[in-house]
Each structure stands twice: as C-alpha cells, then as structure tokens.
Design a protein around this ligand. Structure first.
Ligand code: SAH
Ligand code: SF4
Ligand code: F3S
Length: 448
C-alpha cells in the first residue's frame, strides 16, 4: 500500500509526520512523495488561522472529487483540524475515511486497516482536556521514530512536552492539543542518544511553551545541562518560549553550556499593554522589555526572534505603533507577523468582535514587516566580514547551478541565521566555517 502524507502547520506537525512515517513503514507500507500514485492520502493539518484550514478544505474537496470519479483512495485528516472538526469533516467532505486527533497517530495503521476492510469511516479523537492524563504514555510516541527519517540531514526535532495551559484569548492550540504535559527527562536523553548514534548533531527541543517544561524537579535549564553531556551532540535549541514566568537560569545555561545555542524564539504578540491584556498574555510590555534586556546582558551574541499579531480586536493606531516600536527597540533577528484570525470556540472569538477591517490588517501587516526588514538588515550586516560556523542543510532552495561545478548550498549558524554559499553537495549535514561577504534582510552570503 502506498501512502502519501501532506504536512501543514508548525514543527510539532513536522515531527508527528516523521513519527507516522516510521510507524507506517514498520507496518510494511510504502511512503511516497507523489500524491497521485498513493492509495492512502493523509493530511496532517493546522487550525491556527482560517487560511490554514481553508487550504485543507480545498485539498479535501479535490481529493474527494477524484474519489467520486472512481479513484480508489483512502483519505485521512489528522492533527489539529481533525480534533477541532471531528465527524463534521466526514459530513462536509464525502469521501473522507479517517479523522484522527494529534494524540491518535499510534492507531493509524489499525484505522487504515479497518477502512480497507470495509468497516466504513473511522473517527479517533483525543479525550477532552478535563479527563485525566491516563493516555499520556501512549501519546508520547516520539521514541518510535526511525532516527534516519529526520527532516534535514544531521538535524532532529525532539518533543519535550505536549499541549498548552495558557489559553491566550486568540489561540486554538490549548483546545486541539490538550493540556500541558512534560516528558520524563530520561526518555528525552535516551531519544537524543539514539538520534546522535544515527548521525544527528543538532536537536531542536519542541514545546508550545517550552520554557514551562518541568518533570519532577527537572526544568528546562536542568534538561539543557543534561543534554550538554551527550557525546557527539553539538547544538541544542528550543522553541517556542513564553515570556511569562521565564526562569533566568535558562539564560545562564545558554551562556555557560557549549551545546546550548544563543537563540531565543520568544513571541511578544504585541507591544501594547492594552492588547496584551485583551490577548490574555500574562506579562506586560515592561516585563517583556526587561526579559529581553536580561537575555542580551547574560548571553552575548544572542539572536532573538518574535511573533506579532496585527489587527487584534480593538487595536488602535497607538497600540499598533507600540508593536512597531518594540521591533525597533528589540533588535529582533526576525519576526513572524500574522493578521488576527478569529478561531471559533476561543474566548477572543466569543467575546470580542473582529472589528479591524481586512485592509487595515493587511496594511499593518505590511508595515510591521517593513520595520522588521530594516532591523533584520542591520542585524545581518553586522555579521559581514565575520567567519561563522554553519551546519549545512543542503542545496539552497533557489539553487542555480554554478559554472565551476560547485553548488549553491544553504546552512544555519548557531543563532539560526541563514547563510548561502558555494560548496560541494556532500557537505549536507556537516559543519563548515564560512566568511560572510554580503547580507540582505533575509539571507547572509559567504565563502567557505
Ligand atoms: N506556542 C507558541 C505559538 C503557537 S501558534 C507561543 O505561544 O508562542 C504560532 C503563532 O501563531 C503565535 O505566536 C501567534 O503569533 C500566531 N497565532 C496564533 N493564533 C492566531 C490567530 N487566531 N490569529 C492570528 N495569528 C495567530
Ligand atoms: Fe497559543 Fe498562547 Fe499557548 Fe502559545 S501560549 S500555544 S499562543 S495559548
Ligand atoms: Fe497549527 Fe496545531 Fe501547530 S494548530 S500551529 S499545527 S499545534
């Protein structure tokens, strides 16, 4: 049986698809890149914004259309949208056979089997947030992953926690990914060892609020210390941090541990206290500023990355200006900027009217991007002339072959700066020292 998996959404989904590929392959199924040749089409979906969901609906519309025209395929919807819509997906798209929540990946082989045996559509959802955490052990399927199936050569995502308890008023994640649960540190260390044995040298620890990680007395700083002792591992990153109750010991760990990278993704969402309050973020602008100042003071050369939402209900020009001001002041290496999208079921969508017109959202989005581009350009230019160590990912996506039979490659520094340079293809997964010769807002260019 040939299976194709289409992955949308965040790193959590990328990792879940990796785990799923391993599980399906060990059950004898063949994973194919080409959707047209597949017998089973699986969509690992995201609900974070309306746009992400619309994309899936149109994929499903097309796939179900082909099925109605006689193609025999099994169609499955997995992940956050599956959890949010449940059986409704089967009613809306005749032809969908499987709906499975993010904690149900371990059952997928069985669900596909039931469908091909003629048992009809299968729906497997995660238990509601209020239930006990009895199924947690089953949910941490991460160690079943084949260490040779990572998203990039020499790099791996490692989940250290699941779910979220913060309930920011705009966000669907706590509803679809369930309550916050941390994975025991021994399991994490063992998984990292296995990955390193298979050639991985850089791991990115994943959690929705990764700095809240705690298992018994082990917090994120302790976990970073333990990972620092894993022989053969070179770099450790973690995403995404939540700016409330941030343990400053994490900054000391980043400064003192050779493997902990000087990289912090810590979304502010807004620079205005009014908006932060309405968003249910549990920190003020002043506290956020202090945190960033502490990070810069403790960790020399740290790169900080943010997220912003523009057009949240009630956002005035002054609120928006405060976000632009925060970007200028923070010196972010990069920011991800999103237009507010009301998510049904969240307190924001229930209590606050989506009152900022689409064209205002669009122009604020553009404006904030432009401010960030200036800041990114200054940040990147400061690196020109320096020699940096990069981990090579592989051919640059826009690789145009060079006449001298060299290839345009792309790699990343410890601070996650993107560097494009010419080199041999077999450098993928290796470390190289590159001298930075040129910079744009998005990319550094250099020479080996
Ligand atoms: N756990 C991460 C964020 C997960 S969602 C954190 O707390 O930082 C990724 C990003 O999507 C968020 O940082 C936010 O900027 C954006 N986002 C989430 N819900 C959104 C919504 N309803 N509309 C627009 N952007 C949203
Ligand atoms: Fe969503 Fe807030 Fe949790 Fe991040 S911290 S996943 S934005 S609810
Ligand atoms: Fe999207 Fe789910 Fe991730 S909603 S951002 S795929 S946790």
């Amino acid at each position: 049986m040939k299976v194709h998996i289409e992955t949308m959404g965040c790193q959590m989904n990328v990792l879940d698809s990796e785990i799923l590929r391993s599980l399906l392959a060990s059950a004898g199924m063949e994973l194919v890149d080409d959707a047209l040749s597949a017998d089973v089409l699986l969509y690992n979906t995201c609900s974070v914004r309306d746009q992400a969901e619309n994309k899936v609906h149109s994929h499903l519309g097309r796939a179900c259309g082909k099925k109605a025209n006689g193609r025999e395929i099994v169609i499955g919807v997995l992940g956050c949208m599956a959890q949010r819509f449940g059986t409704e997906l089967i009613k809306r798209h005749r032809g969908v056979d499987i709906v499975a929540g993010p904690g149900q990946l371990g059952r997928l082989v069985e669900l596909i089997q039931l469908v091909t045996d003629g048992q009809g559509p299968q729906v497997a959802l995660d238990s509601s947030r209020n239930k006990t955490h009895a199924d947690d052990v089953v949910e941490f399927l991460d160690h079943y992953r084949d260490p040779n199936r990572c998203h990039l050569p020499g790099q791996a995502y490692v989940r250290i926690m699941r779910g979220c308890d913060k309930f920011c008023t705009y966000c669907i994640v706590p509803y679809v990914r369930g309550p916050e649960r941390s994975r025991p540190p021994d399991d994490i260390i063992e998984e990292v060892r296995r990955l390193v044995d298979a050639g991985v040298t850089q791991v990115t620890l994943l959690g929705q609020t990764v700095n809240s990680y705690h298992s018994g007395s082990t917090g994120l700083a302790d976990l970073l210390s333990r990972l620092d002792t894993v022989a053969g591992l070179k770099r450790v990153r973690f995403v995404t941090s939540y700016p409330g109750d941030f343990d400053r010991a994490i900054f000391q760990a980043m400064r003192d541990l050779p493997k902990a990278c000087e990289y912090l993704h810590i979304p502010a969402q807004s620079g205005s206290d009014n908006m932060l309050r309405a968003m249910g973020r549990r920190y003020s602008r002043g506290e956020y500023d202090d945190l960033i100042a502490a990070a810069r003071q403790t960790v020399p050369g740290i790169a900080i990355v943010g997220d912003f939402i523009v057009g949240f209900p009630g956002e005035t020009q002054a609120d928006f200006d405060a976000s632009a001001d925060l970007i200028r002041q923070s010196g972010y290496r990069n920011s991800y900027i999103f237009k507010y999208s009301p998510r049904p079921g969240t307190t924001g969508a229930k209590r606050l009217a989506d009152d900022i017109p689409e064209d205002v959202k669009r122009s604020r989005n553009r404006e904030l991007l432009a401010v960030q581009q200036e800041v990114s350009l200054a940040d990147n230019r400061a690196l020109t002339g320096q020699t940096v160590e990069i981990l090579v990912e592989g051919p640059s996506p826009r690789a145009n072959r060079q006449p001298n039979s060299q290839n345009q490659l792309v790699g990343r520094t410890r601070t996650d700066h993107i560097v494009v340079f010419d080199g041999a293809k077999n450098l993928a997964g290796q470390y190289a020292n590159v001298k930075i010769t040129n910079a744009t807002a998005l990319t550094l260019f250099g020479q080996l």
